[in-house]
Design a protein around this ligand. Structure first.
Ligand SMILES: *Cc1c(COP(=O)(O)O)cnc(C)c1O
Length: 222
């Protein structure tokens, strides 16, 4: 199947109103453009340097989501390129984003990344830390929390991920109820190629899909 066919069959399968982010790490501009031609409107990148290259060739015909681990020394560039940063997991990172956005007079929408399964090797804050992180970010003027993102653990059987997605949705709703000023709990980003159906059933409204659009990656990157 071509990238085009993959996108068309994927989009047919996903209800309207759901944001499909094409997770494009390691893919060329040409591959990404093929996905865009077939209907993709959001592209996710994990590395700022890689994003710079494809962004310079593709530009603003799509929305760009940052979905990797953001290093503080890359924030300046990230703020120029990305429309939404999905992976904020510390107040220090949030402050750096805020600082850079003040300079360019922009308000950056972000999601807070939750390490829902408490995996040592994964980024994101632990479930019990989410509320405090969001409160701390809410006082910053040039960054706005718009929801939560989680990777969830990778299982062979996506059903095994269901309780983790459900728990993330529960946290999402409880933070929404708090009604913190300058926080708008609108987006819940969870689910990848093998797990997006389960994630959608558990309330995701952003899914991040790589392999199912572009095929297997030749080398696995985090
Ligand atoms: C690579 C990646 C995805 C997509 O993974 P696939 O299994 O290829 O669909 C989603 N989210 C993040 C953060 C990723 O790095």
């Amino acid at each position: 199947m071509s990238i085009r066919d993959n996108v068309i069959s994927l989009l047919k399968d996903i209800p309207e109103g759901i944001i499909v982010v094409a997770a494009a790490k390691t893919r060329t501009s040409q591959e990404i453009l093929e996905a865009i031609d077939a209907g993709i409107k959001f592209v996710g990148e994990n590395y700022v340097q890689e994003a710079e290259k494809v962004f310079s060739e593709i530009g603003r015909k799509v929305k760009w989501h940052f979905i990797g681990h953001l290093q503080r020394n890359k924030v300046k560039k990230a703020v120029e390129i990305f429309d939404l940063i999905e992976t904020v997991d510390s107040v220090e990172l949030a402050r750096e984003i805020d600082k850079r956005c003040i300079k360019v007079n922009k308000v950056m929408p972000v999601l807070c990344e939750v390490n829902i399964a408490r995996e040592r090797t994964k980024s994101g804050v632990y479930p019990e830390e989410v509320e405090q992180l969001i409160k701390n970010i809410s006082v910053l003027t040039h960054i706005k929390v718009m929801g939560l993102m989680t990777m969830g653990p990778r299982f062979g059987d996506p059903e095994d991920a269901r309780p983790y997605f459900r728990e993330t949705k529960r946290i999402f709703e409880s933070i929404k109820k708090m009604g913190t000023p300058n926080v708008e709990m609108k987006y819940l980003s969870m689910g990848m190629s093998n797990s997006y159906k389960v994630a959608l059933e558990e309330g995701a409204n952003i899914v991040r899909i790589g392999t199912k659009i572009f095929g297997e990656r030749s080398q696995e990157v985090k």
